[in-house]
Design a protein around this ligand. Structure first.
Ligand code: 5GP
Ligand code: ZN
Length: 121
């Protein structure tokens, strides 16, 4: 089942390098890449390489992975041009399911930042 899902999943293909992307970061479990339609000066996506549809599908065994992603994100945000400290910062957003406005059904965190104004708030 998981293989069928990932065969047809655009973000699984990006994580495997089968669809090109502007890579921000990669390790054994995590992949990050620039959003193709950025809404702010900094806008990249952080995903688990493994096909997880959304936060509605995570389990206690995913806590280490989710924790690593959240610790990694502020570091990548700074590397990508988000400013440090309380005057800088970034927005972290995850859309989950149709009611959450999720369009790509592979768990992803949007990291959005840089000097305002942005295209959208
Ligand atoms: P969602 O609405 O699911 O939270 O966000 C999906 C995001 O993925 C959107 O911001 C969209 O611009 C981005 N996206 C969709 N397809 C691609 C793609 O093929 N490559 C990249 N880099 N981003 C994509
Ligand atoms: Zn996937």
């Amino acid at each position: 089942l998981n293989n069928e899902m990932s065969d047809n999943c655009i973000f699984c293909k990006i994580a495997r390098g089968e669809i090109p992307s502007r890579k921000v970061y990669e390790d054994d479990e995590i992949f990050a890449f620039h959003d193709i339609n950025p809404i702010a000066p900094v806008h990249f996506l952080v995903i688990p390489k493994r096909h997880v549809p959304s936060l509605q599908d995570v389990a206690a065994s995913d806590v280490p992975l989710l924790g690593r992603m959240q610790v990694l994100i502020p570091r990548l945000a700074l590397e990508q041009g988000c400013r440090p400290g309380p005057e800088g910062g970034f927005r972290l957003m995850a859309n989950n399911g149709a009611d959450g406005g999720q369009e790509v059904p592979h768990l992803h965190y949007h990291v959005i930042g840089g000097p305002r104004p942005w295209k959208r708030d």
